[in-house]
Design a protein around this ligand. Structure first.
Ligand SMILES: Cc1cc2nc3c(=O)[nH]c(=O)nc-3n(C[C@H](O)[C@H](O)[C@H](O)COP(=O)(O)OP(=O)(O)OC[C@H]3O[C@@H](n4cnc5c(N)ncnc54)[C@H](O)[C@@H]3O)c2cc1C
Ligand code: FES
Ligand code: FES
Length: 1488
């Protein structure tokens, strides 16, 4: 092994020895082993000299059968890569193990030595799932499934740690699951989290005194069965009053009818039993599986994963058994309420800690190559010796900083040293109680994992009380520090040594005057005070050859009046780095005079910084005096006088937080020291309770298969990691991997592109760019062809693809792509809508909507009729799709006839085929575009996935080798486009009674550098700007801005959420202007059947908005709660609440892209009775395959699991429309039905002959022998629609939409006025989905879309730098909602009856099974959180005497904590004002 040369950086000590000179003696004497010994899923594994660039994830994913552990972000921010480390619990005196969920994407491979690594495959399989996997699958906790293995593993660690083998007791509470941060490192973009929490809560045993069956033989089946049923009957474990939402009913649910429960809180009243049900017996949610295994198989999805075994010796008419349950009845439902069976959890049967590891003796390790080498010392002495020999060696503990640097900042540390296995520094010995009594400080081992530290802090604080207040402050910071997987391995030393200005721990350590104990070969052990440690931005005073050994945290002396507290404000509460973080300590003398103080802030300067001026001004002053408070607030403003353009942005907000946090501390300390009366409300931060929520599970329209709550057919495979995504497909022969060369500039001429440095790198095979295709082949586009595949002469946005390097491995290709030298000549960039308007930078669009007097160009006359006119400009930011699986593709050339198979994570097989055909120069019939499943799409893979397939096809054609690509998260976010940011400049005229008369608006979307679907998105926005309200005179103009940002694209809702957001914003402005209740205003202006939209579509009998508003208003107790909110706001000065109830209608169809409103299916019945189904749709988690199989099973009269859909591909279905516009079920479902109808017709004579009861296999076999065609092509085109833009002729105009999916939601929020933090107290949603094909899947769409919408309108904010570089490129900077952001009470129901209790019918719809598309419509309802927040802010402004009339204030979307805080209109805000100087630019740019 050759050792690397030392990096030539200025910080190297003069004339440093090379690594080889310095380290070879140590390698020869101490580090003699290159072997990593560990267990993987119970199997002993030895890695000899593995690839030193590999993380644990790289290693795992390189194993052929371990593809369940996913790469979602590579930066510790999503949890998709979670695995569990089983290690001895050092704190236990007995031989006990503990289970640590860790991020494999960060974890150093060397760190597994001596440990047991458990991946999702290790705990169960489809054949034998772990109860966690089974329950998540059955309770609909997996949609696209890409996040699922990671979530399973986080829960696995939790569940396993809940069992104490010594006492044989299992204890897990809802609090453990929800409030202790065990899931804060996992993200899911599909489900809305609720079903995952429900599945986890089925393990809760707190009401059973922690007793759970541990051993089958001991307890016997009967007892097990009883206990599980007891779990349901006797208690749900929730301390809260409401239902825990357990499927099939919680013990607190009171069966009743949602439409008639006036006056009751829906948390306890919505129905879980059919209103008509005569059976009074409570229905257990958990049944004994053994009693009816067939029932369960038929709906679980488990049986579909099993291969069909062919039958032998079939004779027509003879009964033949297969190994599948083809004939299993599809039951599991009682009176329309799904009944779910689970296997019980038996903790004693889990994977054990390998006995060999108990005896494991770690040895010093060393492995690597001439570019990178790893050391793993096992003692502090070895570490210090190594650092002494080679000071620039990089220490690595939890790697949560180091690996992020390696991956995203291209830091390649030549010598890395893993320090987390060194007992002297990775452990903190808890002093005995007697020692604690007299202890002056707590000494912490530098690399003690943060989870352990959290527990130690809690423990010592519990014992010492106020003396250990500093530890409680540290614990509070650690609770909201990164995610659990990071806290399980990251260390305090890592945090301190990184010297990040936004470190959460450093303010506490500085405020408490902590010291560091360091050690080096030359100096031995020495002490460094924290106060001198941070020299400049990420620069510390630790000598390069030294290591941090301990951190000493002083405890408050007994009987002193000292208070230490910590505060943090981030964009998202869980797993987010701080905007501002602070810790304060104050010590008073017996007279209440400040004796000592330390106010330390993070996020306010390049280092963690003490407010020196304020601190010294406080000394000698009486603490509990308003003058002291006032003076301190003034000097704090001087200590942190941020300029407007400060790096990191948010100057005004950050300064306001500085004051607000101190303000809170002053009150809290006064209360703590009992100095006098203080307003307790100032002290309270936003708290979150355990969430509850119900679905209205009763479905009166249930049929044999359709209408049943069948779990997603791949759910179990997704939960066990067996479901395959593109990057999981086995490596094909001679496969290459692509690495994209991306523009670093937003707008520039390409002066030169030099690939030579990349081509010289190991493993690199070649490169493709615009020179490999003709200029015509280089242009593509979804609607208009206006976009170069590879940049040609110019780059038009940051991240534009210039070329693609390909190499033998992904890591080689990505490194090579970064080595390409590009010279740019920068040009001015247009980023925002305002800049585009000023520069007149638009794409041609020119589509308007006109109605009423606008038709005669007489809007002036319309406005002249109005009593009041209101105007405004409203902005709404974009949204990153954040599907968990980034774009991926694999092109496999066949070698014959130029044909090629192209696997792509795409929603659009046809367009993939079309453009691959274009770039390879062969007709479409030689390109098979395929997709099995996507790890989420949400519109982001409708068109933007196409170029990646093209790049690979070009390279595959050139090299005659397969080429694969999976984008890194940052690449995906950078270049694949987002939801369009919008701006509307509107004017609306009203009668004095509150009737809408005239509306005129110019609406702009930010299309980015190419058109993609920006025009169509604008069209849908304009056609939804009416939301549910009638306006007689309308003139709407759409403008598509051309800018130098990525090309924005389709995203769930496709412009409609933006349109409806504008509508509702106008309603609030009007209501405020007219001083009218906004609900009254809404009701006055609701459409009534017979009225027409601005595009002349008639509101027909399918108009359920009034019903939805009334029924949801009743079931959510809206009026009563609205009054309660008003009372709350009158009595609370520091928290405000808001509530709203908003309707929504969403038009279904591909609108004016008429040709896309067609579906196709191909159904083949094999002579064993099994059915192969292909259709034009793709499966991206939305459950389309499940619904299509249900329809086929229903129509053909066969069991569900006799239908199989392997994938979507252009060789099976030609000219497939993209799976989009919520129309997948409509168009393809009808096509499936059409194919089944044809088959049924052909089979009718045989049915007649063999009898109605004959199984399909008999019928089919008979038909086959008669040479009947058992394959049918189904087709359907949507009738009725056909709107043409500009058609204003009442006689000829056709509808744009087939029907409206309608809904309403009511949300209530609470906001902390000091910080802008908020929580959603409760959301209730009611949707009209017609006759649902599968209510479970539809509820999944409703809840998932709502949470996605909540994110869109609150915490999700895309930011650019002023030079045009895109900033928010990963989960670290872009926050989607996490587990603890969902509404605390989250109820969903479906409209089923009219207000008199009569069942509604949707037979007029003529859609498949009279169902309605549901994918997109509920997303807008997430805006109810925004509007409720707006109401809360308004209440605060009223209290503060700030204006609330039109033009006096506004709140744009997203309502980030920054925007909310800056709208409060209080005194602190004014004191913290930051003035923009002439020409001063904001650090961040928002582009709406
Ligand atoms: C997704 C994510 C979320 C995060 N959230 C937060 C957050 O909320 N708050 C926050 O403050 N930070 C956060 N961080 C940053 C990071 O997790 C912390 O700084 C963590 O404490 C680093 O510890 P580590 O052991 O992983 O350090 P490593 O990455 O292993 O090391 C970091 C640095 O410390 C040095 N080092 C480690 N041990 C020693 C030692 N004994 N002596 C001398 N030098 C040493 C290393 O050489 C390296 O330079 C987050 C990071 C990620 C990836
Ligand atoms: S892939 Fe590891 S946390 Fe996202
Ligand atoms: S199911 Fe969680 S991300 Fe798709």
């Amino acid at each position: 092994m050759a050792l690397p040369k030392p990096p030539q950086t200025a910080s190297d000590p003069p004339r440093a020895l090379s690594a080889a000179e310095a380290l070879t003696p140590l390698i020869e004497s101490t580090y003699t082993s290159p072997d990593i010994n560990f267990y993987l899923n119970g199997k002993r594994t030895v890695l000899r000299n593995p690839n030193p660039h590999w993380t644990l994830l790289d290693y795992i994913r390189a194993q052929p059968n371990l593809k369940g552990t996913k790469l979602g972000c590579g930066e510790g921010g999503c949890g998709a890569c979670t695995v569990v480390l089983q290690v001895p619990d050092r704190r236990s005196e007995k031989r006990r193990v503990k289970h640590l969920a860790v991020n494999a994407c960060l974890f150093s491979l060397v760190g597994v030595d001596g440990k047991h690594v458990i991946t999702v495959e290790g705990i169960g399989s489809v054949e034998k799932p772990h109860p966690l996997q089974e329950r998540i699958a059955k309770l609909h906790g997996s949609q696209c499934g890409f996040c699922t293995p990671g979530i399973v593993m986080s829960l696995y660690a939790l569940v396993r740690n809940a069992y104490n083998p010594e006492t044989k007791r299992f204890h897990l509470s809802e609090r453990d699951i929800e409030l202790e941060g065990h899931l804060d490192g996992n993200l899911c973009r599909c489900t809305g989290y609720k079903p995952i929490l429900q599945a986890a809560k089925t393990f809760v045993t707190e009401d059973l005194n922690g007793q759970l069956a541990e051993d089958v033989p001991e307890l016997g089946d009967l007892k097990l069965e009883k206990e599980i049923v007891d779990l349901v009957r006797n208690g749900c474990g929730s301390k809260s009053q409401g239902s825990c939402g357990r499927p099939g009913g919680c013990c607190r649910d009171k069966p009743s009818d949602s439409s008639s429960d006036e006056g009751k809180s829906p948390a306890s009243t919505p129905p879980t039993e059919p209103a008509s049900g005569s059976d009074d017996e409570p229905t257990p949610a958990v049944l004994d599986i053994a009693k009816n295994p067939q029932q369960d198989d038929s709906i679980s999805g488990a049986s579909y994963a099993k291969p069909l075994k062919s039958k032998e010796n079939i004779e027509a008419g003879t009964e033949v058994k297969t190994t599948t349950s083809l004939e299993a009845p599809l039951s599991g439902s009682k009176h329309g309420v799904p009944q779910i069976t689970f296997q019980e959890y038996v903790p004693g049967t889990e994977l054990i800690f390998p006995s060999a590891l108990w005896k494991f003796e770690p040895r010093p390790l060393c492995y690597g190559n001439d570019r990178k080498i790893w050391f793993r010392p096992t003692s502090l002495e070895q570490l210090v010796e190594l650092k002494g020999a080679y000071p620039s060696a990089k220490l690595v503990a939890g790697a949560s900083e180091v690996q992020v640097e390696v991956r995203f900042k291209n830091s390649d540390f030549a010598v890395s040293v893993y320090v987390s296995d060194i007992p002297e520094i990775n452990y903190t010995k808890l002093p005995s109680d007697a020692e604690l009594e007299t202890a002056k400080e707590l000494v912490i081992g530098a690399n003690t994992p943060l989870t352990e530290l959290e527990a130690i802090c809690k423990d010592v604080f519990a014992k010492l009380g106020k003396r250990a207040m500093v530890l409680e402050a540290l614990r509070k910071q650690l609770r909201y520090f990164a995610g659990r997987q990071i806290r399980n391995v990251a260390s305090l030393a890592g945090n301190i040594a990184t010297a990040s200005p936004i470190s959460d721990a450093n303010p506490v350590l500085l405020a408490s005057n902590a010291t560091l104990v360091a050690q080096s070969l030359g100096k031995g052990e020495f002490v460094l005070p924290m106060s001198d440690f941070f020299i400049a931005y990420r620069t510390i005073s630790l000598p390069p050859d030294a290591v941090i050994k301990q951190i000493r945290i002083p405890l408050s002396p007994p009987d002193t009046k000292e208070v230490v507290k910590a505060y943090k404000q981030a964009k998202r509460k869980d797993d987010d780095i701080a905007i501002v973080t602070a810790s304060f300590r104050v010590r008073l003398d017996p007279d209440g005079i400040v004796e000592d103080a330390n106010l330390v802030y993070g996020g306010m300067a390049p280092t963690t910084k003490t407010a020196t001026k304020t601190t010294s001004s406080l000394l000698g002053r009486r603490w509990f005096s308003s003058e002291t408070l006032d003076a301190a607030l003034t000097t704090l403003g001087e200590d942190f006088d941020l300029p407007f353009g400060v790096p990191g942005g948010m100057a005004h907000y950050r300064k306001t937080l500085t004051l607000s946090m101190f303000f809170r501390f002053w009150h809290e300390s006064a209360a703590e020291l009992e100095l006098g009366e203080v307003d307790g409300q100032v002290i309270d931060e936003i708290h979150r309770a355990i969430s509850t929520g119900i679905r209205d599970d009763y479905n009166p329209y249930e049929q044999r298969v359709v209408g049943k709550q069948v779990p997603h057919l791949s759910a179990l495979k997704q939960c066990t990691g067996e479901a395959e995504y593109i990057d999981d497909m086995p490596k094909t022969d001679r496969e290459l991997f692509g690495g994209l060369v991306l523009s670093m500039k937003a707008h520039a001429n390409l002066v030169s592109v030099d690939y030579a440095p990349a081509l010289e790198m190991p493993g690199v095979v070649g490169v493709v760019d615009k020179n490999n295709i003709t200029p015509e082949q280089n242009i593509w586009g979804s609607i208009r062809k206006d976009e170069p595949l590879f940049a040609d002469g110019k780059v038009l946005h940051h991240g534009q693809v210039i070329g693609m390097v390909y190499a033998e491995t992904a890591l080689q290709a990505q490194a090579a792509a970064r080595a390409v030298k590009v010279v740019y000549e920068e040009l001015p960039a247009v980023l925002t809508i305002d800049e585009a308007i000023e520069a007149k930078s638009f794409f041609q669009h020119g589509k308007n909507l006109i109605k009423g007097l606008a038709l005669d160009d007489k809007m002036d006359e319309a406005f002249a009729q109005c009593d009041r006119i209101f105007e405004g400009t409203t902005r709404m930011g974009g949204q990153e799709h954040f599907y968990l699986e980034t774009n991926a593709a694999l092109a496999i050339p066949s070698g014959e006839d130029g044909s090629m198979e192209v696997w792509s994570s795409t929603q659009n097989t046809m367009e993939t085929q079309e453009f691959v055909s274009q770039v390879t120069g062969v007709p479409s019939n030689r390109i098979n575009a395929r997709v099995k499943r996507l790890g989420g799409g949400f519109g982001g893979k409708e068109s933007r996935s196409v170029p990646f397939a093209c790049y690979l096809a070009i390279a595959a054609k050139k090299e005659k080798r397969p080429v694969r690509l999976m984008l890194n998260r940052d690449e995906d976010m950078l270049l694949s486009g987002q939801r369009h940011p919008f701006q509307a400049r509107w004017k609306v005229g009203m009668s004095k009674e509150g009737k809408l008369i005239a509306l005129e608006a110019d609406v702009y979307d930010n299309g980015g550098y190419s058109q993609d679907m920006s025009g169509a998105v604008m069209d849908r926005c304009l056609t939804h700007i009416d939301n549910c309200y009638q306006t007689p005179h309308v003139y709407l103009r759409g403008h598509v801005c051309r800018t130098n940002i990525h090309s924005n694209t389709a995203f769930r809702g496709f412009g409609a959420p933006q349109g409806m957001y504008f509508a509702e914003t106008m309603m609030y402005n009007i209501a405020e202007g007219l001083d009218m209740d906004v609900d009254e205003l809404r009701m006055k202006n609701l459409y009534v059947p017979g009225e027409h939209t601005p595009f002349f579509q008639k509101i027909d009998e399918d108009w359920h908005i009034p019903l939805l508003l009334e029924q949801l208003g009743r079931s959510s107790d809206y009026e009563k709660r609205k009054a309660a909110v008003a009372t709350f706001n009158e009595t609370n000065r520091w928290k405000k609440r808001g509530i709203c109830l908003v309707p929504s209608k969403f038009g279904l169809s591909f609108a004016t892209a008429l040709h896309l409103n067609q579906g196709a299916a191909y159904v083949r019945i094999y002579h064993d009775g099994s059915v192969l189904l292909h259709h034009a749709g793709t499966e991206m988690g939305q459950g389309l395959f499940t619904k299509m199989c249900q329809i086929a099973a229903q129509e053909l009269g066969v069991p569900l699991d006799s239908i199989y859909t392997p994938d979507s591909q252009t060789y099976q279905i030609a000219n497939a429309s993209p799976t989009a516009a919520s129309s997948g079920s409509d168009i393809n479902g009808m096509a499936v039905k059409n194919a089944c109808d044809q088959l049924n017709e052909r089979l009718a004579p045989y049915r007649e002959k063999l009898g109605k009861e004959a199984p399909l296999r008999e019928i089919v076999h008979a038909a086959y022998l008669d040479r009947v065609n058992l394959a049918a092509n189904g087709f359907w085109k949507m009738p009725k629609v056909g709107y043409k833009w500009g058609d204003t002729n009442w006689d000829t105009v056709l509808p744009m939409y087939y029907y409206w999916t309608q809904g309403a939601a009511c949300s209530e929020v609470e906001i902390d006025l000091l910080t802008g933090d908020h929580t959603v107290l409760r959301s209730d949603i009611m949707m009209d989905v017609g006759n649902s094909i599968n209510p479970a899947i539809d509820y999944g769409q409703v809840e998932g879309a709502f949470i996605q919408g909540q994110g869109l309108f609150t915490i999700e904010e895309s930011l650019w730098l002023s030079n045009g570089q895109f900033f928010t490129r990963g989960p670290g900077t872009y926050k989607i909602p996490g587990f603890s952001d969902i509404p605390q009470i989250f109820n969903a129901s479906m409209l089923r009856k009219d207000n008199d209790g009569n069942p509604l019918s949707w037979n007029h719809l003529r859609s498949v099974q009279s169902s309605k598309g549901i994918g997109e419509p509920p997303l807008f309802l997430g805006s109810t959180v925004f509007f409720a927040l707006r109401e809360a802010v308004k209440a605060a402004r009223v209290m503060n005497g700030a204006g609330v009339g039109p033009g006096e204030w506004k709140l744009d979307s997203p309502a980030t904590s920054e925007r909310l805080r800056l709208a409060i209109g209080d005194e602190l805000l004014k004191r913290a004002e930051v003035k923009q100087k002439d020409g001063e630019k904001s650090f961040f740019v928002t582009v709406s």
